[in-house]
Design a protein around this ligand. Sequence first.
Ligand code: ADP
Ligand code: MG
Length: 255
Amino acid sequence: MVSSSAIEQPILRAEGLGMRFGGFTALNGVSVAFPEGQLTAIIGPNGAGKSTFFNLLSGAFAPSAGRIFFRGRDITGTPQHRFARLGIAKSFQITNVFPQLTALENVRFAIQCMSQRFNIWTPRHRYTEMSARAAELLEMVGLDRHYHRLTMNLAHGEQRALEIAVALACDPALLLLDEPTAGMSPEETTAMMGLITRLASERTVILVEHKMKLVMGISNRLIVLHHGELLAEGTPEEVRANDEVRRVYLGQGNH
Ligand code: ADP
Ligand code: MG
């Protein structure tokens, strides 16, 4: 018999994770395991604690309580800049892209920063190699017609796709995305969902989204937060059938 523990080893695990802002508890004792190779969506109404949870998982904040494990290793409190080297990348931090650079320059710069042998005097052949890799990543996110456009001239949806290409520069095993479709048109949203599905076929993806409908069809698992607590988790079917989840979402009118 195949050992199920090897198959079920989670890539990321939160144990009793909590976050307080002054006297306010934004996240309270959340324990969740994220299976490797799967797309897990964290959903919940506005103010549920999704972004707070995301910021803890991505190392932006140190938790007030609890631990975070990456492939079984305790990474609680690890400085954020080390996350990329561990194989964890996140989007969207608008500060990751430079408006005055072209799309290609932004991605190549991210690749340069990740390169172990990074040196200001990058040899010519390495530069060409990095440009080719940057072009490949831009093609992957659907920006192949925009290599040489300035980032500030890209549409909102294109800038968000570019940020994903930047996040992919470190070839992460785990990609974390917080509301990637925020502010997007319906067409941009559809394109972004298609991109996320493609990306999730090759790596683990954790996606924060408040519109449950958007993630139902593409996620392997759903985590539902409400008032900073874990309300439900399971397959999309299980979560859809959960009475408490229905109540919370119907109450909000954003199902
Ligand atoms: P979501 O992403 O699900 O909409 P958040 O994680 O952004 O929710 O916020 C959860 C709760 O924590 C909200 O009530 C919010 O006002 C509060 N909160 C989030 N960040 C901070 C902060 N830096 N300081 C104080 N309160 C915060
Ligand atoms: Mg949020």
